[in-house]
Design a protein around this ligand. Structure first.
Ligand code: WT7
Length: 643
């Protein structure tokens, strides 16, 4: 199905779906519902497309900011992603096509995946995992990670997946906060032909963190690892003995499905809590409608399983819909810069969901790489994670989509669980750079400080003004922080931390974060987290970090550091400090620039004025300095060599 989008509106920069395209799409209108009752009926109808052991009593109980969806209902996410497909021809359909870094690939059908998940669920039980206990998963992009997630879901143990690129210390903090007793990991991970020491990081983390009683290790890279008797077990040995008979627990709709840590404006990561019924309803519906899902799609989402996109649109949404997912272990440039296009050609991928930073990287490499491959299987493209600049959008549309594939620019967050703003493919006209309109049943508004809607064209805060099924329920062990962070600005309205404006057609244009959060290549990093780490270094007196505009990454981290008395400035120290962050948090957090300075711009009350640092880092003339306590600070900073 590759009907062309009519490009007659190109001069106005609007891409309209053609009439015959419209006829084939799943959803035929993008009408949002007018009031809460209509929205709830929509979500109730959507929930009923899942398999429930017991139907709910109420659709929504809303005691702001605490929501309960489908209270009284009983279901299981693993059952919905697996068992219910076994009764149809999906039984032998590919659930996962795995493409390894070295070009090895294999398929797991729905019935095979079901078997592995049941076995591993029994393994978890034999290790003593009980309902409600958080299992931490620290793994590469391999099928066993999906198996582990679904096995947790099957027995009602919430999972906490920690991105494999996080450092030992970051892993340790998350294990501690979650209170996990069991950890699933692997010996190593392949990365551009090298092996990353996953298990070594685990061992390092567990030296200083108490509580983990059992570690399960998947053999993947065949790296030699330290095994601690009675604590560490090989996955394949445990699986050999496990029974494949394991019925799915009948869980409450509001039982926890997972927690996922994300950065906030303070140093401590937040454990975002998602529960089963509403989350599954939200991700399955959005995945089906936005990607205009067809039974024979080969759907590829390039996000890592360690992020929310991996959870919602690589595992739960697609598998609940019985989709064939492609799971790729490697990177876009290994062994060559055409790896993505090679994979699309090889597996006949129909839907590609990726990030603007990746697209900008491809643009830089040039169109000769995709041109040499057959990409004609593609029918739909999607982006997520950060605003996409119209230039990158058009490049993606032309060179990857061959001017035939709609692009869905999807806006959402770890906390929203599901896509909130997006075009509906084939229905909504597309405007490069805009994530279009709220999904049906979702209410998003742009508000001023007082919580009133701003006029079209004016910049304001993005707020979600009605509860939605996949919303986070709280922060792990921290209801107060949940309340303050998201609901403290306006009562009953969710503050997203993003700024945006509406155009004359009511389309949303996201500007970016308005809080102290940096978005590097679609990954969220809090400035406070970075500054705390820097300030732990013996040489650092004070640090301030900002996001500076970056051609490929969207934003890059720039750090300004004041050294303690007695430490001399040197290139070597700059590198040491950059590496210190990489070791403490992970390489994604390594600053692009780090300036040693003697002063930082501050208000009279001592708050750092980051806006001035951004002006300096980006080489702009410095804006308003009236709130500055000491104007000499700016002169000192301007002398820094920030080319
Ligand atoms: C933040 C959420 C949602 C999965 C990936 C990131 C930014 C996300 C878009 C988009 C503009 C976007 C926002 C948001 N963001 N998608 N399509 N256009 N900005 O999840 O780490 O929770 O980050 O990513 O700033 O608040 P996350």
């Amino acid at each position: 199905m590759t009907q062309e989008l009519v490009n007659g509106f190109k001069e106005k920069n609007v891409f309209q779906p053609a009439e015959n395209y419209k006829k084939e799409v799943l959803v035929t209108h993008s009408e949002t519902y007018r009031n809460r009752q209509e929205r709830l009926s929509f979500w109730e109808e959507r929930a009923s497309t899942l398999s429930w052991f017991k139907k709910w009593d109420t659709v929504l109980e809303w005691n702001p900011p605490f929501a309960k969806w489908f209270e009284g209902g009983k279901l299981n996410a693993s059952y919905n992603c697996l068992d219910r497909h076994l009764e149809s021809s999906r039984r032998d359909k590919a659930a996962i096509i795995f493409e390894g870094e070295h070009g090895d690939s294999f398929v797991l059908t729905y019935s095979q995946l079901h078997r592995e998940v049941c076995k591993f669920a029994n393994v978890l039980k034999s290790l003593g995992v009980k309902k409600g206990e958080v299992v931490t998963i620290y793994m590469p992009m391999v099928p066993e990670t999906v198996i582990a997630m679904l096995a947790c879901a099957r027995i009602g143990a919430p999972h906490s997946v920690v991105f494999g690129g996080f450092s030992a210390e970051a892993l340790g903090n998350r294990i501690k906060d979650a209170g996990s007793k069991v950890l699933i990991t692997s010996d190593g991970a392949f990365r551009r032909g090298k092996v990353l020491p996953i298990k070594e990081n685990v061992c390092a983390a567990l030296k200083s963190v108490q509580g983990i009683e059992k570690v399960v290790i998947v053999k993947h890279t065949e790296t030699e690892v330290e095994i601690i008797e009675n604590r560490d077990f090989w996955y394949h040995n445990l699986m050999k003995e496990a029974s494949s008979d394991c019925s799915a627990e009948e869980l409450d709709a509001e039982d926890r499905l997972f927690i996922l840590y994300t950065s906030g404006t303070t140093g401590k990561p937040k454990g975002v809590v998602h529960t089963i019924g509403g989350y599954l309803t939200g991700v399955a519906t959005t995945h089906q409608f936005i990607f205009d899902l067809k039974e024979d799609d080969i759907y590829w989402c390039t996000a890592d399983l360690g992020w929310i996109t991996g959870h919602s649109y690589l595992v739960y949404g697609p598998l609940a819909n019985g989709t064939t997912i492609l799971l790729f272990e490697g990177t876009p440039d290994y062994p060559k810069k055409d790896r993505f296009w090679e994979i699309i050609e090889k597996h006949k991928v129909t839907i590609l969901y990726t990030a603007p930073t990746v697209i900008r990287t491809f643009m830089k490499w040039g169109s000769s790489y995709p041109e040499k491959r057959d990409l004609s299987s593609l029918r739909l493209l999607g982006t997520v994670g950060e605003p996409i600049n119209p230039e990158a959008w058009k490049w993606f549309y032309k060179h990857i989509g061959n001017e035939k594939c709609p692009i869905v620019d999807t806006w959402w967050q770890t906390e929203t669980g599901m896509i909130m703003l997006s075009p509906l493919s084939g229905v909504t006209s597309l405007k490069p750079g805009s994530c279009a309109v709220p999904f049906p049943g979702v209410k998003v508004e742009i508000l001023n400080r007082l919580g009133q809607p701003v006029k079209k064209g004016e910049i304001g805060f993005v707020a979600i003004t009605e509860p939605w099924p996949a919303m986070l329920r709280t922060l792990h062990r921290d209801d107060n922080r949940y309340q303050d962070t998201y609901w403290g600005k306006w009562p009953g309205k969710y503050f997203t931390g993003d700024g945006a404006k509406l155009d004359e057609d009511g389309y949303f244009w996201i500007i970016g974060r308005v809080d102290d959060v940096i978005n590097v290549s679609g990954h969220r990093i809090g400035t406070a987290e970075l500054e705390n780490v820097l300030e732990e270094h013996p040489s650092v007196a004070e640090a301030a970090c900002i996001g500076k505009t970056h051609e490929v990454k969207g934003q890059a981290i720039a750090a300004f550091v004041i050294l303690k008395e007695g430490f001399a400035r040197s290139e070597q120290l700059v590198n040491e400090l950059k590496n210190y962050i990489a070791v403490k948090i992970g390489t994604i957090a390594r600053p692009e620039d780090l300036y040693l300075t003697e002063e930082l711009p501050k208000t009279r009350s001592g708050k750092i004025i980051r806006r001035i640092l951004r002006d300096i880092a980006e080489g702009r003339t410095i804006g308003d300095t009236t709130t500055l306590a000491d104007s000499a600070a700016v002169e000192t900073l301007q002398k820094l060599n920030v080319s």
